[in-house]
Design a protein around this ligand. Sequence first.
Ligand code: BTN
Length: 232
Amino acid sequence: MIGSPHVHHRVTDSTNERAKRLAADGTPHGTLVTADEQTAGRGRQGRQWVAPPGRALLMSVVLGVDDRTPLVPLATAVAICHAFPQADGIKWPNDVWVGGRKLAGILIEGRPRDGWAVLGIGLNVATEPGEFPEELRETATSLKASGSDVATPGEALDVLLPVLDAWLEAPSDAVLSEWRARDALRGRRISWAGGEGVAAGVGDDGSLLVETDDAGVQSLHAGEVHLGSPGG
Ligand code: BTN
């Protein structure tokens, strides 16, 4: 079961950074790092991850690498949706939404050749709408803002950990079918740095399939996509 040993920091730079240092020093699969506050929280695509102290679940888990690793981000998003049933959509690759607003983000980093990866999760638990940075106020939400009884990051961790443990072990076809049932982009027009088209689901390797106007179906393996046409 993931979650042991568990290192908790009142304040740290980034739980992913801490977990990576522990992994490089040989800490076992399942090691959990949490924090009340991060001073240099990282998001995908080089962005910052900002959360008011004590309001979000900030966690990183060290995982051994195996043939399931490519689906870990998808399995984690599915686990969050099962643990917190108001989470009703997943935006590829792994933003968890409630009613079109982002509840949680996932950042996987690692050194596959050294046999480890770090799974980082930021989940807004008790953040009040006015506490989100100005630019996120229209697009972010928290468990509290979406009517959940889960009131603290500690409670959220207790709910999530066993569910996450189970989904990280689940067969790929179960992960993919649960992910596909929550696909927030399918059938919608999207754009990315290299083009635009209509989202057509995920492939068995977790890539995003896009039906483009002129180049048939393309597979996106990484990066960021946006709803709508570029600039639209
Ligand atoms: C994203 O949506 O861009 C991913 C956000 C991931 C944030 C979490 S918070 C805990 C862990 N430590 C970090 O520095 N980042 C991840």
